[in-house]
Every structure is written in structure tokens, then in C-alpha cells.
Design a protein around this ligand. Structure first.
Ligand code: NAD
Length: 334
């Protein structure tokens, strides 16, 4: 089975190698079609996403993607956003599940965030009115809202989850967020066995740090989802631990939630757990559930031994030491 691997920028190369080595060790028997995109490729070739990347994605339909750098406040637009829009990967699914025994704010947390992935303030509709006035337009449509909200409810039903919480700011953005909320209320009626909750985004941000256990499946718009998923990652130990999937009707790109971490790039310090868990989501999607189960189990063991903790988890293990520890566990489970 052939999949695309996009290596990315910053810590991307280090963590891409780590996840490929671990999946290979699991016996999943994948063939990696390795392609490069992002800032480094742009500087070298003038192309942010070379044609090879599109060809590979269109052939394989399944990819694992390392993080890429997007310049802040200037320069080119995000590769991630471009791929999500081009292939209509409308559902961004981020499971926030406690793993290992490191010191964290909360234990045994199990949340799943569904983030709309194609519109909102990420629609790229910005305009300069004058030098002193800029506008960003927020787009919320019925079609895009319906499909992400329905997907969250279907997931909740299929996975025996208790509730779906919709997060908006509909008290202020009465039209755009009001539409998203109205649609959530309509769809909730189709799923009478799932408890439906609604909450404003500012309150959600606070409730998450006070009592995150009151939430289960959460569905929201693009920008709120981006911010809240980083906050949720912080509750279980940080960005190094949370994966994500960008799923459309016939293509899926799996990734880590975190960015390219330029501050630690090339230093063998990155925690590869998030992209490894992204790899596990990809294996599940491909029906290779035995291999994904073994890798998750191995990760849980490795993250319960302080000598394997990377610097973000207040440890001293390098990316390669961590990777070797996971491979050793995976091989024992084969
Ligand atoms: P970031 O996620 O790269 O880093 C935030 C902090 O978390 C940094 O201190 C970093 O060292 C740490 N960190 C992140 N991942 C880690 C890991 N695996 N192991 C250990 N520590 C880790 O966020 P940022 O600094 O705001 O963004 C850097 C660049 O990444 C920007 O160009 C941004 O646009 C891009 N970005 C890309 C993606 C993506 O490709 N999916 C997502 C978010 C940000």
C-alpha cells in the first residue's frame, strides 16, 4: 500500500524519519512516496508545493504530512490551508487523549475536536481599504457547517460518545455564528441519544482549564478550533502529543497539530509523538488497526518511562533515542 509522505520544514525532517521508521517496524508494510513542500523547497525552487506533491497526493489519496513554516504577517500563504482547500478536506479531527505518565494538568482526558477546515476567517478574503484599515472577511456557509457538524454527531454515535458541544460566538456574530449554531441545533435533533450542549468560545476557553471532563466531542468553526485545540493539547502535556486528520470525501492527510518549531529544528530535540499518533490515525483509516494499536500501546509504555521524555516533557531524551525506544517496544509486540 502506497502513501505520500510530505516532509515539511523545521523539525519536519527529523519527525518524518521517526514516524516512518516506527511504522516500518510495526510491519504495516507501507510504501512511502516521499515528497517535499514548504518554505525550504520554496527558497530552493520558487515553488511552495511542487507538482510532484499534487501528483503523489492525487495518486495515493492518503498522506502523512510534517509541519511547514508559514511566514507571520507577510509572505506566502499557508501550504496547509492551500491543501485543505484544494482537496476539500473539510473535517479537521483532533483527538486529545492522555498518554503516558508525565506530569500534566489533567489525567485520563479523552476529547475529540472537530474543526471546520475550509472557510471562516481562513477563507483568505482580506483586503486593504487604506494603509490604516484592513479587512478580513469571515465566511460561514450552510453546506460547510452542515457537513462538519453532521460528521461530529456521526462520530459520536458510532463511537458511543455521550455528548457533542458546539462552540460559537453567536451572541456577537449573530449572522455567521448564528447560522452555525442554528444548523447544529437542527442536526442535534436527528441524534436524540447524544446529549447536545452549546457554549460561547470565551467561556469554553475558561471551562477547559477548570473542568475539561464535562466535554466529550466538540465541534466548532475554523479559527476557534485552531485555538482551542492548542489549549486542549496543553491540558494533556503539550503540542508534542496531539495528532490531527484532514479528511474529505476521498482523500485524507494526517499530521501533528504543532508547527515546524524553528526554535528546536535540527537539534534532535523534537518530540515525535504527535506525528506518530497521526501515523496511527492513518493506519486506522487504511484498516491496519493491529499495527496502529501496537504503536499506541508502545508509545504509552515509552511515555511512562521518564528516561524517554523529550525536553518538552521536561526530560533529556533526544528524538532518535525516543524513536529507538518506541521501535524496541513495537518489535516486542509484533
Ligand atoms: P509551533 O507548534 O511550531 O511551536 C510552538 C512551541 O512548541 C515551540 O516552543 C516549539 O519548540 C514547541 N513544539 C512544537 N512542537 C514540538 C514538538 N514536536 N516537540 C517539542 N516541542 C515542540 O508553533 P509556532 O512557533 O507558532 O509556529 C512555527 C511555524 O509553524 C510557523 O511558521 C507556523 O505557521 C507553522 N505552523 C505549521 C503548522 C502545520 O504545518 N500544520 C501548524 C502550526 C504552525
Amino acid at each position: 500500500m502506497k502513501v505520500t509522505m510530505i516532509t515539511g520544514d523545521g523539525i519536519g525532517k527529523e519527525i518524518s524519519q521517526s514516524v516512518m521508521d516506527i511504522i516500518d517496524a510495526s510491519g504495516a508494510n507501507l510504501t512511502w512516496d516521499i515528497v517535499h513542500a514548504g518554505e525550504a523547497v520554496y527558497e530552493e525552487t520558487g515553488s511552495l508545493i511542487p507538482d510532484k506533491v499534487f501528483t503523489s497526493l492525487e495518486q495515493n489519496k492518503v498522506a502523512l504530512k510534517a509541519p511547514m513554516t508559514t511566514p507571520i504577517g507577510k509572505g506566502f500563504h499557508s501550504v496547509n490551508v492551500a491543501l485543505r482547500k484544494k482537496y476539500d478536506l473539510y473535517a479537521n479531527i483532533r483527538p486529545i487523549q492522555s498518554i503516558g505518565t508525565m506530569e500534566t494538568l489533567f489525567k485520563q482526558l479523552d476529547l475529540v475536536l472537530f474543526r471546520e477546515n475550509t472557510e471562516d476567517l481562513y477563507a483568505g478574503m482580506e483586503e486593504k481599504v487604506t494603509d490604516d484599515e484592513m479587512r478580513s472577511i469571515k465566511i460561514i456557509t450552510r453546506d460547510a457547517s452542515e457537513r462538519i457538524i453532521r460528521r461530529a454527531f456521526e462520530y459520536a454515535q458510532e463511537n458511543h460518545r455521550s455528548s457533542v458541544t458546539v462552540v460559537t460566538k453567536a451572541n456577537i456574530m449573530k449572522l455567521s455564528d448564528g447560522l452555525f449554531l442554528d444548523i447544529a441545533r437542527e442536526i442535534a435533533n436527528e441524534f436524540p441519544t447524544i446529549e447536545f450542549k452549546e457554549i460561547l468560545v470565551d467561556n469554553m476557553a475558561m471551562q477547559l482549564v477548570i473542568d475539561p471532563y464535562q466535554f466529550d466531542v466538540v465541534v466548532t468553526e475554523n479559527l476557534y478550533g485552531d485555538i482551542l485545540s492548542d489549549e486542549m493539547a496543553g491540558l494533556i502535556g503539550g503540542l508534542g502529543l496531539v495528532p490531527g486528520a484532514n479528511v474529505g470525501d476521498d482523500m485524507a492527510i494526517f499530521e501533528a497539530v504543532h508547527g515546524s518549531a524553528p526554535d528546536i529544528a535540527g537539534k534532535n530535540l523534537a518530540n515525535p509523538t504527535a506525528i506518530i499518533l497521526g501515523g496511527c490515525m492513518m493506519l486506522d483509516y487504511l484498516g491496519k488497526t493491529k499495527e496502529s494499536h501496537n504503536i499506541r500501546y508502545a508509545l504509552d509504555i515509552v511515555l511512562s518511562q521518564p528516561e524517554n521524555f523529550t525536553h518538552d516533557l521536561k526530560g533529556t531524551a533526544s528524538t532518535s533515542q525516543f524513536t529507538q525506544a518506541v521501535i524496541k517496544q513495537v518489535q516486542q509486540l509484533n
